[in-house]
Design a binder for this molecule. Sequence first.
Ligand code: ZN
Length: 376
Amino acid sequence: MNLLPVWQQDIWKTLTHDGALRSHAWLLKGRRGIGKYRFANLLAKSLLCARADPQRIACGQCASCNWFEQHTHPNYKLITPDAMSLAMVQNNRAGVEGHSAETRLQTAGERKTKPRVGQQISIDQIRDLDDFVYLTGHQAGYKIVLIYPAETMNTPAANALLKKLEEPPENTLFILVTHQSQRLLPTVRSRCLQVAMPAPDTETAVQWLLQRWPQQADAQKSTEPQRLNKQQDAHRLLALSGFSPFAALPLLDTMEQHRQFIDAVSTHGRFDPLTLAEAMQKQELTVTIDWLQKWCYDLAAFHAAERVRYHPFLEARIQSQCQRINLRACLSFLQFLNARQSLSRHPVNERLFLEEIFIQYGRLLASGSAVPEFEE
Ligand SMILES: [Zn+2]
């Protein structure tokens, strides 16, 4: 069962052993970054496998498993927005493990490769399923359609899917995976067996992260302070990801860069927008803005309720910065940042775009008791 994180083992048993298979459509719902897509993917592979083990987990060796891994299984269809499938293919090529897919749609526009690739699942993608679901599959076997993230279906696509759910094709299972089930048509939701995907508690998530921490060559000799540092880093990444372990794992790669970024934006009196823009220009724009949004969110949250969400280990620094800016200015800047984030996939000039954001942030830092106007 080690293919599944500990918080998914019970739900796996329920879905594979308790007659849930009699339903023709499942809706797996839950917050981002808890491993829903990876779970659904393993589920599809396992249900199609010819020699699944007693826990019903795919063998990884039969012809079906091979087809599945090569993305050529005749009885399996994955439906995602075009932008996302592009990112998934590219990440697969780069050898990135599928398990961080859930975090990827946020950055999946892949701005540098092709602008304005579809961010939605279209009606054509659902219509194209007709032959697959209504004609006989390979050896008349079981067929699976995985739709992810299901909330990205536009209304015509959702209506086209609804017709299929109302007259379910034989031997076909639809698995819908969503972070935002409230955005699905209620009629689609009600046609599915709804499954609330469990999320881990903080300690479980930290342990899971630590098990995946890169092993150092001298791991045996690691000292107590090093062990505690690692644990603190795991807590830090988990908080920064909004307590989503699968979203926290990829942050390991940029942990040092993030530390430097926070040092730059939280240092009083020495903030230099142009130098920071230069330092950040190699990183995906959406990620940099996301970091600044989280930082400013914590400034506002501390102002309003003396709470921080994303940077629990930096409360003292946040408190000190809060003394120099007021809540309204902070909220106004956050609004500006939100508007910029939605433009960030297609900037005319990335460097200028970033400089402008940091210059505005510099104005926030220098605002004192005033509330500057941040043009959106
Ligand atoms: Zn197999």
